[in-house]
Design a protein around this ligand. Structure first.
Ligand code: FES
Length: 105
């Protein structure tokens, strides 16, 4: 079986507290750096399919700029209304100072 992980960015490209948008395996992803960890989520709010990349990070969560729901970057769980469904989160590995994501898992 082939390795499901795809290199999406250099670690140095995302400062602590920041994020970037990338596309991997046809999925629009947001790669965030918070609390010394990297996270990969789908760049799509579960409430009304709005890009989360228009929002902002608050610690290890991201707040949607359209109606204000926040989501846990690790689990995808909504932390406040109006969103009720989780967002998609993907496994991340760090190898050779690069961020690898498995968008198909
Ligand atoms: S579209 Fe994100 S909270 Fe409504």
């Amino acid at each position: 079986m082939s390795d499901p992980y795809i290199a999406v960015a250099e670690c140095a490209a995302i400062p602590e507290g920041g994020f970037i948008k990338v596309k991997a395996a046809g999925v629009d992803l947001l790669i965030a750096h918070a609390g010394g960890r990297y996270y990969a989520i789908e760049d799509l709010c579960s409430h009304e399919d709005y890009p989360l990349s228009f929002g902002c990070l608050h610690g290890a969560s991201i707040k949607c700029s359209l109606h204000g729901s926040s989501f846990d970057l690790a689990t995808g769980r909504p932390l406040d209304p109006p969103a009720e469904q989780p967002i998609r989160v993907f496994p991340v590995q760090i190898k050779d100072d690069r961020i690898w994501v498995a968008p198909g898992i």
